[in-house]
Design a protein around this ligand. Structure first.
Ligand code: WTA
Length: 657
């Protein structure tokens, strides 16, 4: 932890009440209804969740115990048997939803596909059988490194169906980052594509997989399944490791009953950046995650049966897992998936998709909204966006002006906005408006979801006062919470449960974000309090980027900090000292940026590199990032510098900047 006090300067007073027509049709219709739900859940969280689990999900066998809490390890619906693929597919087939669109997909070049629930079920069953054919068994791990195409969702659901855990690796990650995750997860089969379309170019996924697996670097991987998407020439090891999806999958039987899974069986591992060390594998299990993503989707996105719902995230992130695939399909909704991104040749592509498919509920990130603002409002205004009735954001705090623009230009001043705060670790949305019930304030995620005992605390675990800054925390387990760090329970305990030391056996979940609560009890999330940088809504650990830099032969030492950026929220600034015999130059800067892109992925490439003779350190040798942050942002160095070992270092860095 770097700062012990957190300052909050935002003072936003505007208040937007939900429109009466919206509230009347909403799942949760008034503040009183929300308050009642919240109070009931708080009084007896187990009873609250158990009732919903019974009403909303299919269980092959009911649980014996709702919650087994041996802090910090929680088990939900112990003894219950369930399958999330069954809840997302099979149970809809005996209703009118059988022939409803489950997935509407739009490719970047303009091709599109719609799969009904019956069709999606069939594809999933056939692919599940293909995995079995390749020797995948219950308990194995499958890596998914895919573009945004239906096969990504099909592969996830197929894994869940047979009880294999998936590890989705974002397609923008490099071969090196992919390899680390495949090795850590001991992945048996990798599902990928020849390539994917992004900004009019092909992302060469299969080539990256080949690199990741080269020289037996990920020995657990036995087979690679490849979807033909872009059609460019790629090397295939046929008759051996590599298989074409379109050759194998259609031969398979469409009969593949969903495996009754233990509620606490592993559903997936998703890697995320922390403040120290390598990315951690966040573990989510079956029953609790199914319930939590189901309920949050239902009440927050307020899905009506005729809605087309679109979340613009990539399935490689938790938002894609919970709110493109599992939450919407468990609710029998129509979920839209889009392969592309706004690009020079079509900056209005998002609005085209909304117009073409009559999207009603739209969920995106503040960084995207800021980019749209820059492109100008004429672009969305030239499209018909009248189908929209609800908007959402996720990934970072949204600045009130971006919120107002979203409200006015995209929402036509009629759509509520749900600003949803949550994390990979929480599995689903934690703090958010319920759109028919809770009045919104631009920039505030408003109130906790029913059943979430959120708080803002100091490091002693005491609630801080109104409008005082503190640490965002949760005081009671919830069904969607992560269960552990894959293979490292100790790291789980230390990272999330010991920053605030437990008292009298009471453990508090430490989210790593600063926040305050205003006079109405509304939460204002202020961003990370640790060394995690949030670039365009993507979490990056400083440690990972520093390790990547130091792996370059010219670099002796590196310290990475975030600086405010108009578009991306934060940009990366790297302070670098060089090995003897190397001198700083623009060419070396470019090379180092390229190197980080190679090691981790383009999202981690520093915007700025500054060479230094030495880095500012404490007497005990800790790099003083606080000072570097000030320098990087062009601010005067604030706060105490008395612990600095050598003040000259600071002067030199200042001159350099
Ligand atoms: C940040 C993404 C403010 C926060 C779902 C959190 C937010 C991290 C918001 C998790 C929001 C996410 N307002 N900050 N509405 N949503 N964050 O794991 O710092 O990729 O800790 O999960 O994003 O990022 P992650």
């Amino acid at each position: 932890m770097s700062e012990s006090t957190i300052e909050s300067i935002l003072q936003e007073k505007r208040l937007f009440q939900p429109a009466a027509e919206f509230s009347q049709k909403a799942q949760i219709k008034s503040l009183e209804d929300y308050q009642q739900l919240y109070d009931r859940a708080k009084a007896d969280p187990e009873k609250f969740w158990a009732e919903l689990a019974e009403q909303e999900l299919h269980w092959f066998q009911k649980w014996d115990q709702v919650l087994d809490w041996q802090p910090p390890f929680a088990k939900w619906f112990v003894g219950g048997k369930i399958n999330i693929s069954y809840n997302c597919l099979d149970r809809h087939l005996t209703t009118w939803r059988r022939n409803k669109a489950a997935l509407i997909w739009e490719g970047e070049p303009g091709d599109s596909r719609t799969l009904t629930y019956a069709q999606l079920h069939r594809e999933v069953c056939q692919f599940a059988n293909a995995l079995k054919h390749l020797g995948v068994e219950k308990g194995d791990r499958v890596g998914i490194y895919m573009p945004m195409i239906p096969e990504a969702a099909i592969a996830m659901l197929a894994c869940a169906r047979i009880g294999a855990a998936h590890t989705v690796v974002f397609g923008g990650f490099s071969a090196e980052a992919l390899r680390d995750r495949l090795v850590d997860g001991q992945v048996k089969v990798v599902v990928t594509a020849d390539g994917g379309w992004r900004k009019d170019a092909i992302v060469p996924l299969k080539t990256q997989v080949d690199k990741a697996l080269a020289d037996g670097a990920a020995p657990s991987v036995e087979n690679v399944l490849v979807v033909r998407r872009t059609g460019q020439e790629i090397p295939m090891q046929l008759g051996g490791r590599d298989h074409w999806w379109h050759e194998l999958q259609p031969q398979m039987s469409a009969d593949c009953p969903a495996e009754p899974m233990d509620s606490e069986d592993l559903l997936f591992v998703l890697y995320t950046s922390g403040s120290t060390g390598k990315p951690k594998g966040v573990v989510h299990t079956t029953g609790g995650y199914n319930l939590y993503t189901h309920m949050t989707t239902k009440w927050i996105f307020d899905l009506q049966d005729t809605d087309v719902y679109w979340c613009t995230a990539d399935v490689g992130w938790i938002t894609g897992h919970s709110y493109i695939v599992y939450g919407p399909l468990s609710n029998g909704a129509t979920t839209l998936m889009y392969e592309g991104a706004p690009r020079a040749s079509n900056p209005g592509c998002f609005w085209d998709v909304i117009q073409k498919h009559g999207v009603n509920v739209f969920y995106t990130a503040p960084t995207a909204i800021r980019a749209f603002i820059k492109m100008g409002e004429d672009i969305p205004k030239a499209r018909d966006l009248s189908s929209l009735r609800l908007l959402g954001t996720v990934g970072e705090p949204i600045n009130p002006e971006a919120w107002m623009w979203y409200h006015r230009v995209i929402g036509g001043e009629r759509c509520p906005i749900v600003d949803t705060w949550w994390q990979t670790e929480t599995g689903g949305i934690m703090i958010t408006p319920l759109p028919g019930a809770i009045a919104t304030k631009p920039g505030s995620a408003t109130l906790p979801f029913p059943g979430i005992l959120a708080d803002v605390v100091n490091l002693e675990g005491e609630s801080v006062g109104t409008n005082q800054g503190g640490y965002l925390a949760v005081r009671h387990p919830w069904p969607g919470m992560m269960r552990t760090v894959y293979g490292d329970p100790d790291r789980f305990r230390k990272t999330y449960w010991e920053h605030i030391p437990p008292k009298d056996g009471k453990y508090i979940y430490f989210a790593g974000d600063g926040a305050r609560r205003d006079e109405d009890g509304y939460y204002w999330v202020m961003g990370r309090v640790d060394d995690v940088i949030n670039v365009a809504g993507h979490r990056l650990g400083t440690m990972e980027i520093e390790s990547a830099l130091v792996s370059h032969p010219a670099v002796a030492e590196a310290a990475v900090v975030g600086k405010p950026d108009e578009l991306k929220g934060q940009d990366i600034v790297a302070f670098v000292t060089l090995e003897g015999g190397h001198t700083g130059s623009d060419a070396l800067k470019a090379e180092l940026k390229q190197h980080v892109g190679q090691e981790i992925g383009a999202i981690a490439r520093p915007g700025d590199i500054r060479f230094a003779d030495a880095l500012p350190k404490t007497r005990s040798g800790k790099i003083m990032r606080r000072l570097l942050r000030d320098l990087a942002s062009g601010n005067a160095v604030s706060g105490d510098t008395s612990t600095l070992e050598d003040r000259n270092v600071l002067e030199a860095l200042r001159d350099e900047g």
